[in-house]
Design a protein around this ligand. Sequence first.
Ligand SMILES: Cc1ncc(COP(=O)(O)OP(=O)(O)O)c(N)n1
Ligand code: TZP
Ligand code: MG
Length: 269
Amino acid sequence: MSHSRTSKGTIGSRICRNSDTICICCDCGFFATRKWSWTDESLGFSSERGDKVIPLSLYLILGSQNCKYAPEFVLQEAIRGGVTMFQFREKGESALPYREKRDLAKRLQQICQNNDIPFIVNDDIELTRELNADGIHIGQDDRPLKDVRAWFPDKIVGVSAHDVGEASKAMREGADYLGVGPMYHTDTKPDIELVKGPAVIQAMRKSGIQIPIVGIGGITHANAEAVLRAGADGIAVISAITKDQDPYQAAQMFCTDKTKRLDNKQLLR
Ligand SMILES: Cc1ncc(COP(=O)(O)OP(=O)(O)O)c(N)n1
Ligand SMILES: Cc1ncsc1CCOP(=O)(O)O
Ligand SMILES: [Mg+2]
């Protein structure tokens, strides 16, 4: 896969300073891999973590409880199909006990490292530390972002946000990206909030939220485009890939012209 570098300036609504490290893959734009720093003086806030790559385009999340086949196989195949970032989320009644969970996490981390893909841990501070993961994703009911940011100043920290207020707070407190949802109905997570739809991403963008956003919840090949058009940088998917007969093809089908990262003019904002 060949990469081209952009010239200095703005990417979407972000003002990019370290432009020599920004690359946009091929001419499709889908695999936008960014090293960026950004600033938004109107919000009185700026972030200078320009050495982090947060390739949110197609963010696969899974644990053993989600998979039709062995998790290692599903991840390998999905990466082959175009997944750009991975979150290990071993959760629920059938989740593995700690030692097995850690061993599985290590094997999946190795696959990510072999493929140069960020390995993010869901919720678990200890596991993040033990494995020296690339980052952690926390929700509104998990450990406070301020603490997590302080413990892991250099890791990618993602935060779930369900409305503009939560998004603004997370941005102020140093989140690297937001997971926004649920976009649509899903049976994958029993304790979800009410469906928000892509409109909540639009509202966040209109209110000045500039950090990367990934939409999550019930995302399929049929509705992914609407999430990106609303202003998301990418989509986060569990069942559309993990339950598919062919995880390679399921991932690949998200990487089409219609679901590629959209430029600013195409957004609904
Ligand atoms: C990318 C992304 N977005 C949102 C979530 C949900 O996090 P949370 O609300 O903490 O729920 P659990 O996943 O912990 O059940 C996520 N995991 N990833
Ligand atoms: C973890 C999570 N957070 C909000 S919805 C959700 C589940 C997403 O799973 P699916 O892609 O199968 O709907
Ligand atoms: Mg959580």
